[in-house]
Design a protein around this ligand. Structure first.
Ligand code: PEP
Ligand code: MN
Length: 444
């Protein structure tokens, strides 16, 4: 801490600051300049002299170390890894996807969702039992019966479960039924609740408050840590800004900022962060790209009829597509199928799944050769034109995509077929650009 004295401060006033500092068992280092005196204050309990700014002759007090200790990476250099029933979240671990409904609505809804998200590769099941809703008339959650359903889903699918606790008195019931205690955005500064979950043996996922600064959020984490619970996961879920196009403004820059300040794992919630289904996947990918340790995503079997947050909940297919994309970009490797019993060594019967897979492998081999051949032709086109010419003919590509979309029969929809050709065209353009660069020394 640095105390900057006013240029008009008297030597008695400087001495008054020095004495106060020393009376609190801290050390004061005076630096007497031509214009003013500056006093460096060091020691372990700087909070005890937080009032120095009110002493006579003091112009300002500057804190140089963070007000949070246990959460700080200065205090603990190695990153924390939180282990939950075989799932690890934190440094060097694969991105952990937590998914499930905003609120548990029924056994059927929860079990269906658990089965699906597990199959798609989620590692943790979410589900609200006590919902802190903005309106007292909105669905408040099923309460304790929902916790019991989460317990059942855990036992049935082997996924650890996370749910939000809103009342310190409920912590024992949560400890009995869930694996991770969530503290919601509206309760980030509920210090009684923070201390209660701090005394729990369960890991805590602490959401950022609706208008909390990163420092306030880390101080909230400090409450949990200082109460004895070292397993805190931070969750960026968007903050209040003047923007109305999204429900909240998802502050993804918080992820690298936190990386520099804390050793705690960081999860991104693109569902509450955006409030719109169409924005969830892009922001989930962005969260993964910016270095989050995990994502928490709302998924519902029938979002249009969800009892809470339907607008931002992904349908099963949408969640599957997002997981595919996360796998394609190698943020996620696991699929729920890995837990399935191993295939036997028995030879494949005619028409069996193995035989069909063999045919797919053989076809993939041919497809690779054909795609390479196609890229070779694209390269020939590039060689025959001015290297500075734009790398592709948009009109022909559009016609091709239209033909692909409308002119064939098979299980793929026009949208899916377009996805395939889109990828082929992008790769061909990449080959052309590389060639153009090698000729001109720059891109097209
Ligand atoms: C939730 O996760 O369902 C929830 C209410 O989130 P938040 O506290 O971020 O609003
Ligand atoms: Mn929700």
């Amino acid at each position: 801490m640095i105390v900057v004295m006013r240029p008009t401060a008297t030597s008695e006033e400087v001495d008054g600051v020095r004495r106060t500092v020393e009376e609190h068992g801290l050390e004061a280092f005076l630096s007497v300049g031509e214009e003013r005196t500056v006093i460096g204050v060091v020691g372990s309990d700087l909070e005890s002299v937080a009032h120095l700014g009110t002493l006579d002759g003091v112009e300002q007090v500057i804190r140089v170390s963070s007000p949070y200790k246990l959460a700080s990476s200065q205090h603990q250099a190695e990153r924390t890894r939180v282990r939950i029933n075989g799932v690890e979240i934190g440094l060097g671990q694969e991105l952990v996807v937590m998914a499930g409904p905003c609120a548990v609505e029924s056994r059927e809804q929860l079990m269906q969702t658990a089965r699906t998200v597990k199959r798609e590769g989620a590692r943790v099941l979410r589900g609200g039992a006590f919902k802190p809703r903005t309106s007292p008339y909105a669905f408040q959650g099923l309460g304790l019966p929902a916790l019991k359903l989460l317990h059942e889903a855990h036992d049935a699918y082997g996924l650890p479960v996370i749910s939000e606790v809103v009342d310190p008195n409920d912590v024992p019931a949560f400890e009995e039924h869930v694996d991770i205690l969530q503290v919601g955005a509206r309760n980030m500064a509920n210090f009684v609740l923070l201390k209660a979950v701090g005394q729990s043996r369960r890991p805590v996922l602490l959401k950022r408050g609706l208008s909390a600064t990163i420092e306030e959020w880390l101080l909230a984490a400090e409450y949990v840590l200082s109460a004895g619970n070292p397993n805190v996961i931070l969750c960026e879920r968007g903050i209040r800004t003047f923007e109305t196009a999204t429900r909240n403004t998802l502050d993804l820059s918080a992820v690298p900022v936190l990386r520099g300040r804390t050793h705690l794992p960081i999860v991104v919630d693109p569902s509450h962060g955006t409030g719109h289904r169409a924005l969830v996947a892009p922001m989930a990918l962005a969260g993964a790209a910016v270095g989050a340790d995990g994502l928490i995503i709302e998924v519902h079997p029938d979002p249009a009829n969800a009892r809470s947050d339907g607008d931002q909940s992904l349908a099963f297919e949408e969640f599957g597509a997002l997981m595919d994309e996360l796998r394609r970009l190698q943020f996620v490797r696991a699929t729920g199928a890995e837990d399935a019993p191993p295939l036997t060594d028995a030879p494949a019967a005619a028409g069996s799944i193995d035989e069909v897979r063999d045919r797919i492998d053989e076809m993939d081999g041919r497809l690779v050769a054909m795609i390479q051949e196609r890229a070779g032709l694209a390269l020939e086109v590039q060689k025959r034109r001015d290297p500075d010419a734009h790398g592709h003919d948009v009109r022909r590509e559009r016609a091709l995509l239209e033909r692909a979309a409308n002119g064939t029969e098979g299980p793929m929809t026009p949208v899916e077929l377009t996805m395939v050709f889109d990828a082929v065209l992008r790769a061909s353009r990449s080959v052309q650009r590389r060639h153009a660069r090698s000729v001109t020394g720059s891109g097209t």
